[in-house]
Ligand binder design. Structure first.
Ligand code: C2E
Ligand code: MG
Ligand code: MG
Length: 741
């Protein structure tokens, strides 16, 4: 048995409704075949029946012949019409092959019945020839049915039977020998036709099934081809998408590569910039500390290998802080840049130069033959820095102190050598012995001590361990206490009292002088405000240059006065000469503001420093304090100096105080020269704050006993006009002229 093909393809191609199976489709084909082949069969039937009717005319009754012919023609017409309509039926999806065969069979049975009637009605009427012609025609019809009705075995056999059996029976019943033979031949022919119909039916159905099977296979092949084509097209689509993805990936990779290259270049630039920033000082472009240390390390390693010498020069600018404070940071920065340019311009190529910090620079001189070469280089550097620097149409003069250390004598490690050079530089600054100094091991101890002192001073400020002593200033003639100078005292817990000459410079260098100075000002004003009496004395406070240049001294003074309640005329400010060497603008405005309020200004230690007649004349000052070094030596050689100071001061209408008056002879000479006031051990040593009130009271008492009113005595001795100041808490004597300035 052949394998039934799948109907999936057949159904989809034929457009049949769901549920149709293979047999139903073959049945449809069989029905269609029957209908198609019957068209010729009906035509042959019409012709054959008409011929037989014609043959029967005249031999049988006419109406029999016409009735049979009309019945046959009617039957054939009905079948023809049915065939015609069957076309439309077949186009319906619900069309059933089995039903169509049944319907067709009914038509066949109808015409077969009419054919059966012919021999039954007309056999006896027909003669021998008529019967023979009838037999031939019916046999031909039976033969044709095997093919025409081959699609239905029952119809083809039934039709054959209807064509052959009635006529054969009629011949057998006729009784003649020939008729008997013809009857039997008819039976044999029928049997043959049955076999032939079976064969024809089998081959017809096989052909129909085969056709359907082939069609199914074709459809399946077509489906698979479509599927393959679809797969192929999907494959092509996938390949295309893959190619596109590849192209886009390549483009992205290319773009990313460009990005990466740019990123790498940027990072490289960034790393270079970072390393440049990490190794250089942004303001001057010189090496910074870290870089110099690295390079010095390498230089020392080389020198150690080759047995050579290296010099480290520590350069510190003098009074750079003042430039910064007075001229501003912009000018300070420009000065540092110019200094950097000049230093590098004075060095041999290959010499390392760095900005160590602030106004400090470090030079590393390699392959040193003799330590003296370093001194020569240091002097050359100082000389180049000493040339005037022009900034914003102003000329700035800068000097530097340079400390030198030598490898391997003063140290083997970079930091050791730099520290040694730094110590040498500090020593140079402090001792004022020379602006270029080579390290000396004893210097290190000094530095450590200074450092410790600085730390201890910091603590002393924090723990309020500083105190003030007050030294009276008396009238030269009246010997009455006119003022007391506030002098700072520091009682170190371990070392005992430390003189101001030792710790004030440290405080100035470390910047602590600003807070210390403020404290002294507040403390002195408070103490003075507590001094009572008819005419309480003023207080004279020492003020450092840093306080005038960095802070707002006038505001600080006014705050201290308000806080203590001390009237301004009872406060004197002492400034040293060195302050007036620099820019006058800021100092003049500060002093003028103070003097406007009534505060007096003294020049301390006059004659020891930057003595210039010009500033005496131009600055807003009231009193000149003649340094005690002149008083000490006045009996030997300073007499003319003091005389000169007195005449100048007189000419400029300034009052004078002589410092360090220790004996009556000095006092007498100074008095004779015309000095207004005296300060010194002859009258009193600096007194603890707690003893001042008592000392003043004793002094007042002694003075009252010795003489009448102080005002009268002053007037008598100095011949000066007396002025009574009515401002403040009590009237007091103001030397003539002071107020007027
Ligand atoms: P100065 O302002 O010239 O103070 C006078 C110094 O001379 C004081 O020294 C005082 O004790 C001393 N002296 C006074 N009479 C005599 C005398 O007859 N013979 C001798 N041999 N010396 C006498 P001191 O207290 O050691 O002060 C030294 C310097 O310290 C002061 O000199 C002043 O420049 C500074 N100083 C003191 N206190 C302060 C302060 O509060 N602030 C600032 N910035 N400097 C201060
Ligand atoms: Mg003083
Ligand atoms: Mg002094």
């Amino acid at each position: 048995m052949s394998k039934r093909p799948s109907l999936r393809g057949i159904q989809s191609v034929s457009g049949s409704g769901p549920g149709l199976d293979y047999d139903a489709l073959v049945a449809r084909d069989a029905a269609e075949l029957l209908c198609r082949q019957s068209v010729g069969g009906l035509a042959v039937s019409a012709f054959a029946s008409s011929f037989l009717a014609y043959m029967a005319l005249g031999r049988a009754p006419l109406w029999h012949v016409i009735a049979w012919w009309l019945a046959m023609t009617g039957g054939l017409a009905i079948r023809s019409l049915d065939l015609l309509f069957s076309r439309r039926r077949r186009s319906s999806p619900a069309w059933s092959g089995g039903r169509e065969i049944l319907r067709f069979g009914c038509g066949v049975v109808l015409t077969a019945a009419i054919w059966i009637a012919f021999p039954l009605v007309f056999f006896s009427s027909l003669g021998g020839a008529g019967r023979t012609a009838m037999t031939i025609i019916l046999s031909a019809m039976a033969g044709g049915s095997a093919t025409v009705l081959g699609a239905s075995l029952s119809l083809s056999i039934g039709y054959c039977a209807a064509m052959l059996l009635p006529v054969s029976i009629m011949f057998l019943r006729a009784g003649g020998q020939d008729d008997q033979i013809l009857g039997m031949l008819g039976g044999i022919f029928f049997a043959t036709m049955v076999l032939s119909s079976r064969v024809s039916h089998t081959s017809t159905m096989a052909a129909l099934r085969l056709s359907r099977t082939n069609q199914g296979l074709l459809i399946e092949v077509e489906g698979q081809r479509n599927l393959a084509e679809q797969t192929n097209s999907e494959l092509q689509t996938a390949q295309f998408a893959l190619r596109q993805a590849n192209l886009s990936l390549e483009a992205r990779v290319q773009a990313r590569t460009v990005d990466l290259e740019r990123e790498v270049a940027e990072r490289k630039r960034y790393a270079e910039e970072l390393s440049r920033l990490a190794s250089t000082d942004p303001l001057t472009g010189l090496y910074n500390r870290a870089m110099l240390s690295d390079r010095l390390f390498a230089t020392l390693a080389n020198a150690e290998e080759s047995g050579g010498s290296v010099a480290v020069l520590f350069v510190d600018l003098d009074k750079f802080k003042e430039v910064n404070d007075v001229k501003g940071h912009h000018a300070g920065d420009r000065v540092l840049q110019v200094v950097a340019e000049r230093l590098s311009g004075s060095l041999r190529p290959g010499t390392d130069l760095a900005r160590w910090g602030g106004d400090e620079f470090v030079v590393v001189q390699k392959a040193l033959g003799d330590p003296h070469e370093a001194v020569v280089l240091a002097e050359a550097l100082r000389e180049s820095l000493g040339r005037p620097i022009e900034i914003d149409l102003e000329t700035i003069l800068i000097d530097a102190t340079i400390g030198i250390s030598i490898f391997p004598e003063h140290g083997k490690a970079p930091d050791e050598l730099i520290r040694a050079a730094d110590v040498a530089m500090y020593a140079g600054k402090e001792e004022k012995r020379g602006k270029v100094r080579i390290f000396d091991p004893s210097l290190a101890e000094e530095l450590v001590e200074r450092h410790q002192l600085e730390q201890a001073l910091r603590e002393a400020i924090a723990t309020d361990s500083l105190s003030l002593a007050f030294q009276p200033i008396v009238g030269a003639s009246s010997e009455q206490c006119e003022a007391l100078e506030a002098l700072l005292r520091w009682d170190h817990p371990a070392r005992g009292p430390i003189p101001p000459s030792e710790f004030i410079p440290i405080a100035e260098r470390s910047g602590q002088i600003l807070s210390i100075g403020s404290w002294v000002l507040r403390e002195a004003c408070c103490a003075a405000a507590s001094w009572t009496g008819e005419r309480p004395p003023a207080v004279s406070v020492n003020v450092s240059a840093a306080q005038v240049l960095s802070g707002d001294l006038a505001a600080e003074v006014f705050a201290a006065l308000v806080r203590s309640g001390l009237p301004p005329h009872r406060l004197h400010i002492e400034l040293t000469e060195s302050l007036f060497a620099g820019d006058h603008g800021r100092i003049v405005s500060t002093l003028s503001r103070l003097r406007e309020k009534g505060v007096r200004v003294s020049i301390d230690d006059f004659g020891t420093g930057f003595s210039s007649l010009a500033y005496l004349q131009n600055l807003p000052i009231d009193i000149v304090k003649i340094d005690r070094s002149f008083v000490r030596t006045m009996e030997r050689d300073s007499h003319p100096v003091i005389s000169a100071i007195v005449s100048i001061s007189r000419a400029l209408n300034l009052r004078m105080i002589a410092e360090g008056v220790e004996n009556p002879a000095q006092a007498a000479m100074l008095r004779a020269m015309g000095v207004d006031y005296f300060q010194g051990y002859l009258y009193a040593k600096p007194l603890p704050a707690s003893s001042v009130a008592q000392w003043l009271a004793e002094r007042r008492d002694a003075f009252a006993l010795a003489s009448g009113s102080m005002a009268e005595q002053l007037a008598g001795l100095a011949g000066a006009a007396l002025q009574y100041e009515t401002t403040g808490d009590s009237p007091r004597v103001i030397p003539d002229g002071v107020e007027a300035r």
